[in-house]
Design a protein around this ligand. Sequence first.
Ligand code: AMP
Length: 477
Amino acid sequence: MSTTNTAPLASTASNVTLNQGAAFATLALSPSTLANLERLGYHQMTPIQAASLPPALAGRDLIAQAQTGSGKTAAFALAALVRLNPRRFAVQTLVLCPTRELADQVAVEVRRLARAEENIKVVTLCGGVALRGQRASLEHGAHVVVGTPGRIMDHLARGYLNLEALNTLVLDEADRMLDMGFFEDMATVIKQCPKDRQTLLFSATYPEGIGKLAAQFMRDPLQITVQAPPAERLIEERHYEVTRDNRLDTVARLLNHFRPVSTLAFCNTRQQCKDLVGALQGQGFSALALYGELEQRERDQVLAQFANRSCSVLVATDVASRGLDISQLEAVINVDITPDPEVHVHRIGRTGRAGESGLALSLASLHEMGFVGRIEQYQHRESVWHPLSSLTPSGKGPLQPPMVTLQILGGRKEKIRPGDVLGALTADAGYAREQIGKINVTEFTTFVAVQRDIALEAMHKLNAGKIKGKGVKVRLL
Ligand code: AMP
C-alpha cells in the first residue's frame, strides 16, 4: 500500500526502509507509553509512523509528507514526548499549526499520548482568545506549546513565552501555513528556538517554500514520502442535475435517500449556507452552518456537535471548513459546483478517509456545466449522472443523528477532565460506556455526546449530581 521514496527536493534527503504495520513495541518507548498506546487501540504503526518514528526517535530532522488522518500527530508527538523531562518546568516542545482547529486537535492528541507519563502540561496559544489567560497558563508552567505562528510571535515579543529549553520544534501542515502567508512569522519564531533542537516538518504537499524553510532552518533533514492509497477508489461520486428552484430541496432528498450519519455540505457563499440550513431545519433535519463570521465560541460549539455525531449536516463554505478534521464522514454534498477543480478534489477528499468508503454527491444546474467539465478534465474522468427520480424517501421520516450533545457549564478552567464526566455518567448515573460518545472539554465549557434515548434523563441526572465534588449546570444543545 505504501512505499517511501525521496522526492527531488532537499539535496540532503536520504532513503528509509519502511517498517509497515509494525508494532510500537519495536521502538524505544517506555512500557507505560506502550501500554497507553494499547489502551488507545493503537495496535500497529500507521505507514507514516512506521517511516518517521525510528529516525525521529534517533534525533534526525524530518520532512515528512503526510495527510490529516494518517496518524502524523502521534508520529511527532511520541518523538517529542520521549525527550521531554516532566520535572523541568519549561517549554520543551513547540508545535506550529496553521489554524486554531488543528492546534486544538493536536493538543488533544498530545494530551492523550502524554497521559502515560507524569503530569505533562500542554497549552494551546492561538488568536481569537485573550492574551491574558494564555499568559497565566504559561506562568503555571507548560511543557508543550501548540499554536498558530502569529499568536506565538506575540507571546515571544512580549516576553511571556521563553523557548530556551526547547528541544523539539514541529511545523505541522507546513504547506498550509505557507499558503496562509505565515513564512515570515514562522521564520521569526524559529529564529528564537535553540540551534541544537530537532525540527520535524509535516506537509501534505511540497511547494517551493518548504525547500526554503528546510534550507534555512533544518539540519540534514531526512525526507519521507508515504504514498496514500488512491483516494478515488474509495469515494463514489454521483452527479445530479438541478434547477435553481429545486436545489435546496434536492439536498433533503439526498439525505433521506442515502441516510448518511454525518454529511458535510459545501456552498460557494455564506448566504447559500444560511438558506440551506434554514430549509433543512424547516424539514426537521439537524443541520448547522459554519461560516467565517461566527464567533470562536459558536464555532467550537458547532464543531463539537458535528464531530460527536449529534448534528447530521454541517453546511460550510470552503474557507470556513479549512482545518476541519472529522474522521467519520459518510458523505460530502457539493450544493454548488466550485469553479476551482482543486477545491472540488479537496472537498470530496474529506469523505472516504482511513480505508472507509465515502459518498460524494454533486448538484449542478445548466449554468454550472462548464465548471463540471473543468473538474472532469482535471480528474481525468467523466461524471456519472443520476436522475432525481432515483432518489426515493426511505419512509423513516427525516434523518435523526444518533447522539445528542449535553453542554456542561464548566471546562478546563474548573479543572474538569473527560474522565470526570465519564465517571459522573457511568459510575454515578449508571449508564454503560457505550451510551456515552465524545467528551470535549474546552476552556470554559464541556460538551458530552450521549445516545438520543437517554439524553433528557442524563441531563437531569447530571444536574442533580456532582462533577469534581461540585454541582454543575447542564443543558441540551
Ligand atoms: P492524525 O493524522 O494525527 O490526525 O490522526 C488521525 C487519527 O488516527 C486520530 O484520531 C488518531 O487518534 C488515530 N491514530 C493515530 N495513530 C494510530 C494508530 N497507530 N492506530 C490507530 N489509530 C491511530
